[in-house]
Design a protein around this ligand. Structure first.
Ligand SMILES: C[S@@+](CC[C@H](N)C(=O)[O-])C[C@H]1O[C@@H](n2cnc3c(N)ncnc32)[C@H](O)[C@@H]1O
Length: 259
């Protein structure tokens, strides 16, 4: 599965659009909460599944002296992040690695961030234990992840046949994440529900976007199944939104915990 996701993100890296995952306000608000708990403005922060570096760039815009380490499985995403940070000072460290296989024993991060990447973690407790050993005492972990309620809000989860079953297996419920955090001795200091909307100008724009298969759940659907499902989905969307813009709602969950 990891290889499938790696291939998927390598393929879409050049047209990846972070703001189709959340609104900029949702991200900024989550990052502000995280920064509030970091010990200093030049703290060291590990971004787990950093993608093209967009969330990290928002962090740096707020606190330019942060020491960032950007980790991702996809070489192409890392390349896109390197372009984004070409002029940054201090220059971030870029790490090509699998979230499920991190090992930062003896490392010294003040903070760790996971932004829309928990769905790629296979063993949440083992993952959080690894993060714990990567953090300094009192270090902070910030998890922004898809809430199971998101499966009832997002248009693709509601109306795209076959996708719901795939995504349901990957959305961690917040109580499971909280229990896992406590089981490895993190103290939860903040939880919040983050509702957002993505707006599309109309059905043609939205359907074109969806047909670029931008979400990793689609990578798990055989082409033929995807095609049939897309036709059904298109008919539903055209009927529901014959004209005017489309507001696609979604919901993320924010949990911040201290080592
Ligand atoms: C939905 S994107 C989020 C990117 C970024 N955090 C953001 O919010 O814009 C998920 C990212 O996680 C990376 N990823 C997926 N599985 C991974 C794994 N097992 N280890 C490390 N990174 C992974 C992908 O390559 C991709 O860049």
């Amino acid at each position: 599965m990891t290889d499938q996701f790696k291939a998927f993100f390598n393929n879409i890296a050049s047209q990846y659009q972070p703001l189709t995952r959340y609104s900029v306000e949702t991200l900024d608000c989550s990052l502000d909460r995280f920064l509030k708990y970091l010990p200093s403005e030049c703290a060291s922060v590990l971004d787990l599944g950093a993608g093209d570096g967009y969330p990290a760039s928002r962090l740096m815009a707020k606190h330019p002296r942060l020491h960032l380490s950007l980790l991702d499985l996809s070489f192409e995403m890392i390349k896109a992040a390197q372009v984004r940070f070409a002029r940054a000072n201090p220059t971030p460290r870029f790490i090509l690695a699998d979230l499920n296989d991190i090992n930062f024993e003896g490392s010294s991060f003040d903070g760790a961030l996971s932004c829309c990447t928990l769905q790629f973690v296979r063993e949440i407790t083992a993952f959080l234990q690894k993060i714990r050993s990567a953090l300094l005492p009192n270090g902070i972990v910030c998890l922004l992840f898809y809430d199971p309620e998101d499966l009832r809000c997002q248009l693709i989860h509601k109306y795209f046949p076959g996708l719901h079953a795939i995504e349901q297996l990957r959305h961690y419920p917040d109580n499971k994440v909280c229990l896992a955090l406590k089981s490895v001795n993190f103290s939860i200091i903040h939880t919040e529900v983050m509702d957002y909307h993505i707006v599309y100008s109309g059905a043609p724009e939205y359907l074109n976007f969806i047909d670029s298969r931008p979400f990793s759940g689609f990578a798990q659907m055989p082409d033929e199944v995807y095609r049939k499902s897309f036709q059904i989905f298109s008919a539903i969307i055209r009927k529901l939104f014959p004209y005017g813009s489309i507001h696609s709602p979604g919901r993320l969950r924010l949990i911040i915990a201290r080592r």
